[in-house]
Design a protein around this ligand. Structure first.
Ligand code: ADP
Ligand code: MG
Ligand code: MG
Length: 206
């Protein structure tokens, strides 16, 4: 059985491993702090979850993650990802195991949280351009009767395709929107970090 703490550690480690890459992406179209912000946030997350028992349930662990990110990550991404994790926590109360249906419910709750807070839609060159296609692909795979591995792989592939798509569009939310057309040709840092996190969690869930 997968433990929530192990899943979060995998996600956080993937973010920390990509600190420089994410920062370079944000240097091109933002203020060059996305990797630094996110790595700092997950260092804080690790401190907080280390204090929890190893078998702590998903909802409690994810709530801890959300609160740690909100309190330690500045900028746009901290509150947005923090809200996403808090909403995901709310969507898996009392669950000891996360099946794909629950995972999709959690992803959708996270997306709703990001949209409530940041007011962005698909196609604005943000993290949503990875997360929304991931959810859609998961939903389609589930409807097609695919097994959980296939559903998770489809979600990760759709997120990665979403990152590629962000290269082709103009940013209309966040700092990158200040660049207007000059944001074209660059992939969105937040869509990239979302895909990195999704890939890490799906690898653990599979
Ligand atoms: P900041 O731009 O404040 O320095 P970060 O660099 O940490 O914050 O995060 C930038 C990322 O946040 C962007 O790449 C984008 O994906 C995401 N983002 C910015 N504004 C929004 C929004 N309104 N909705 C969703 N995501 C957003
Ligand atoms: Mg930034
Ligand atoms: Mg910043």
């Amino acid at each position: 059985m997968i433990r929530a703490k192990d899943a979060v550690k995998a996600v956080g480690q993937a973010v920390i491993d990509n600190k420089v890459f994410l920062t370079e992406l944000d240097q091109a179209i933002g203020d060059g702090d996305h990797g630094i912000n996110m790595a700092r946030g997950f260092e804080r997350v690790f401190e907080k979850i280390d204090a929890l028992q190893d078998d702590t349930d998903f909802s409690t662990v994810l709530k801890t993650v959300g609160m740690a990110l909100i309190s330690s990550v500045g900028g746009a991404a901290g509150p947005l990802y923090g809200t996403a994790f808090l909403r995901a926590a709310g969507a898996c109360k009392d669950k000891t195991e996360i099946d794909v249906v629950t995972a999709k419910t959690m992803l959708d709750a996270a997306i709703k949280g990001i949209q409530d807070r940041g007011k962005a839609q698909k196609g604005e060159k943000t993290m949503l351009d990875a997360l929304i296609p991931a959810s859609e692909a998961m939903g389609k795979s589930l409807a097609d009767g695919k097994d959980s591995r296939a559903c998770l792989s489809a979600a990760v592939q759709a997120a990665a395709d979403g990152v590629e798509y962000t290269k082709t569009i103009i940013a209309t939310k966040g700092r990158a929107s200040y660049l207007g057309e000059r944001s074209i040709g660059h992939q969105d840092p937040g869509a990239t970090s979302s895909t990195i996190m999704l890939e890490a969690v799906c690898k653990v869930l599979k």
